[in-house]
Write a protein that binds this ligand. Structure first.
Ligand code: TYM
Length: 332
């Protein structure tokens, strides 16, 4: 059976990009695949995290996954640091991956910015840990947003090099699953940059904890251009803000961009924004209500993570044992 692995960082509030680009797709894939979903706290500490904040975020992200419809009984939901195999395999991959490969990673360049000398070694080696996350379970499919594509190509390279170096057929070549109308949700303040947790402007993103007023305000203030909305997709060329808002509408309403253009073509942004705000609130509110309910019961959330980690360790154990033997480590 095909196996899915995907992860999300507990580094502050989840936003609409995380939900539409990843989590919502995960919910839909649960019927057809065996799924492993991981709150990647080890990835989170590649940049500074306040320890109390990290604990709170780990619970909050877990609550968001459950509230969105991830089934933790049928599938596996856990936080990465509870399963030692992630760190063990990441070290082996640090020795398989080449410096030249990591030097090409655009996300490191973006995150490290101008001050590369001061970035953590963990931030640089981050993609190797991500490859370890996936291959620790020999997962075959990885549903992510567009921004993770390069990391998955690296995962494929690492799997192939390991198999070649050790003349074995240990790891599968993973397939990225990047689909839906919102594989790259853009900032509400700038249609050419990605919606992200690290954008200094709170108005740039809708988060999973925003209330109805905040959602409406952020959409009302979203950057636009002076033209009415186009009647077809072609009319969105060179209009990144219109394309982004209409793409979000298409994703939330489960229609195509073309249909949104047909329905709203010729309208002013003000009318469209009102519709978009109503739609966003109606789709997010039930998830947010359930998130609040779960967050009020941290012991329950911790129990879900503990149970998930036990399942994950059981799945990982025979694989990490096999990898260690292949590399030539002596048996304990
Ligand atoms: P993270 O935590 O940045 O994001 C979680 C998921 O959300 C997607 N995403 C977006 N999709 C559309 N538009 C956006 N603006 C947007 N922003 C984020 C991401 O593509 C991702 O799918 N390195 C990963 C976490 C990770 C992982 C893994 C993923 C660790 N190990 C193994 C898959 C497999 C990350 O930082 O995601």
């Amino acid at each position: 059976m095909s196996r899915i692995f995907s992860g999300v960082q507990p580094t502050g509030d989840l936003h609409l990009g995380n939900y539409l680009g990843a989590i919502r797709n995960w919910v839909r894939l649960q019927d057809d695949y065996e799924c492993i979903f991981c709150v990647v706290d080890m990835h989170a500490i590649t940049t500074w995290q306040d320890p109390d904040g990290l604990q709170a975020s780990t619970r909050e992200v877990t609550a968001a996954l459950l509230a969105s419809g991830i089934d933790a009984d049928k599938h596996t939901v856990f936080n990465q640091s509870q399963v030692p195999g992630h760190a063990e395999l990441a070290w082996i991959f640090n020795c398989v991956a080449r410096m030249g490969w990591l030097n090409r990673m655009t996300q490191f360049k973006e995150k490290a910015g101008k001050n590369r000398e001061n970035a953590s070694v963990g931030l640089y080696a981050y993609p190797n840990l991500m490859a370890a996350d996936i291959l620790l379970y020999k997962a075959t499919h990885v549903p992510v947003g567009e921004d993770q594509k390069q990391h998955l190509e690296l995962t494929r390279d690492i799997a192939q090099k390991f198999n070649n170096d050790f003349k074995c057929d240990m790891f599968p070549v993973v397939e990225p699953l990047i689909f839906g109308a919102a594989t790259r949700v853009m900032s509400l303040r700038d249609g050419t940059s990605k919606m992200s947790k690290s954008d200094p402007s709170d108005l740039s993103r809708i988060t999973m904890t925003d209330d109805a007023d905040a959602i409406a305000k952020k959409i009302r203030k979203a950057k636009t251009d002076p033209e009415p909305l186009p009647e077809n997709e072609k009319g969105l060329e060179g209009r990144p803000e219109a394309a982004n808002l209409m793409g979000i509408y298409a994703a939330l309403s489960d229609t195509t961009l073309d249909e949104v253009c047909t329905n709203f073509g010729g309208e002013q942004f003000s009318t469209f924004k009102q519709n978009l705000a109503d739609l966003a609130v109606s789709k997010l509110a039930p998830i947010q209500d359930e998130m609040r309910r779960l967050m009020a019961d941290p012991a329950y959330v911790d129990g879900v993570l503990r149970g998930g980690a036990q399942k994950a360790r059981n799945m990982a154990q025979p694989i990490i044992d096999e990898v260690k033997a292949t590399v030539g480590y002596l048996k304990p």
